[in-house]
Design a protein around this ligand. Structure first.
Ligand SMILES: *[C@@H]1O[C@H](CO)[C@@H](O)[C@H](O)[C@H]1NC(C)=O
Ligand SMILES: *[C@@H]1O[C@H](CO)[C@@H](O)[C@H](O)[C@H]1NC(C)=O
Ligand SMILES: *[C@@H]1O[C@H](CO)[C@@H](O)[C@H](O)[C@H]1NC(C)=O
Length: 327
């Protein structure tokens, strides 16, 4: 009887020589992970040679990856060509599976490890989490500032067409109008592409469409100043401020556009804010000057008109023709 008990105990202890895993219930990945690693740690590996190890990863009952240590052979499932483990790390118990994000699918993955006669398996769920590219607040500011600036620009256009109707040639108004319209449409399209969600080419293009064309605002404001109030130190200061804002936002854009986790959002946003501010100052200034200027306007305009007209026309035509090409 005694030998049998010993035998039973012996076999029981042998049976308990299972591989023990560190349990990880689930791991997450987002649009920002270029590759995905599903962890699988064996706590009590005793093998001293990789020949003794065999690893199999399964998803929904199908083998997606196997590693045969004895043959040093790896196999991949059809849609999992990028799957890999690091064989050298197997002896330390690490059988984690790595694959490209493009091939990753959410689900319950089974990691099955065999070491000579001992074996074990664990299940890890791979989940996908949607993360917004910029934070919600940043999203709002990035869209609001350019739209505000465009609206203020239309306000300037309104003042110019109403107050200086007599001195305006029709083509100039049309050019300003077309420039404003193009800008409005591009910014709206950009905002629509940009707003919903995760980092993607679509969102990056949207952001580019919002930020880059704001240079049109500077040109429109310049044209409007020339028609309305001519150039004064104050308008020059406003234009310089706006150029500064534009430079900041373009630098911010270039730093953010290739980053899945953009840290330079505030730079971009302050640039866009300055552009909108310059637009606001321009509008206020024009309103003030326009209400003071009524009496002195006709003689002044009469002198400056030919020069301004030519210059404005050239600038606007140059700009309208070359802008799409530059883009
Ligand atoms: C696995 O768990 C053990 C004990 O809880 C711990 O000491 C070890 O560091 C863990 N291994 C890994 C790779 O996390
Ligand atoms: C995704 O990337 C994050 C941050 O780099 C990392 O902590 C996480 O483990 C990755 N997820 C997976 C499943 O690889
Ligand atoms: C994975 O398994 C867990 C627990 O059994 C279950 O709640 C979950 O829905 C499964 N996930 C998928 C994607 O099948």
């Amino acid at each position: 009887m005694l030998p049998l008990v010993v035998l039973l105990l012996g076999s029981a202890s042998c049976g308990s020589a299972q591989l023990i895993f560190n349990i990880t219930r689930s791991v997450e990945y987002t649009a920002c992970n270029e590759s995905v690693i599903i962890p699988c740690f064996v706590n009590n590996v005793e093998a001293t040679n990789i020949n003794e190890m065999y690893v199999k990863w399964k998803l929904k009952g199908k083998d997606i990856f196997t590693f045969n240590g004895a043959l040093q052979k790896t196999t991949h499932g059809d849609k999992f060509k990028s799957t890999k483990i690091i064989p050298q790390k197997l002896l330390t118990g690490i059988a984690s599976l790595e694959m490209d994000k493009e091939e990753a699918v959410v689900g319950n993955y089974t990691c099955e490890v065999t070491e000579l006669s001992r074996e074990g398996e664990t299940i890890i769920e791979l989940k996908y989490r949607i993360v917004s590219w910029f934070s919600p607040n940043e999203n709002i500011l990035i869209v609001i500032f350019p739209i505000l600036a465009v609206l203020l620009s239309w306000g300037q256009f309104g003042i110019v067409t109403i107050k200086y109707k007599s001195s305006l040639v029709k083509e100039k108004t049309i050019l300003l109008f077309v420039g404003g319209l193009v800008l409005t449409i591009v910014v709206i399209v950009g905002a629509i592409l940009f707003v919903p969600g995760e980092y993607s080419t679509k969102n990056s293009c949207g952001l580019g469409l919002i930020v880059i064309p704001t240079v049109i605002l500077i040109l429109l404001q310049y044209c409007v100043f020339i028609i309305g109030v001519w150039i004064s130190p104050f308008t020059i200061a406003i234009l310089i401020l706006q150029v500064l804002g534009y430079v900041l936002s373009v630098v911010g854009l270039s730093l953010c556009v290739s980053e899945c986790n953009p840290v330079h959002g505030p730079l971009l946003i302050s640039g866009l804010g300055i552009i909108a501010l310059a637009e606001l100052l321009g509008l206020v200034y024009m309103k003030l000057v326009a209400s003071n200027q009524k009496t002195i306007q006709p003689p002044r305009k009469a002198v400056e008109e030919p020069l301004n007209g030519m210059w404005l026309l050239q600038t606007c035509i140059f700009f309208l023709i070359y802008y799409p090409i530059i883009i």
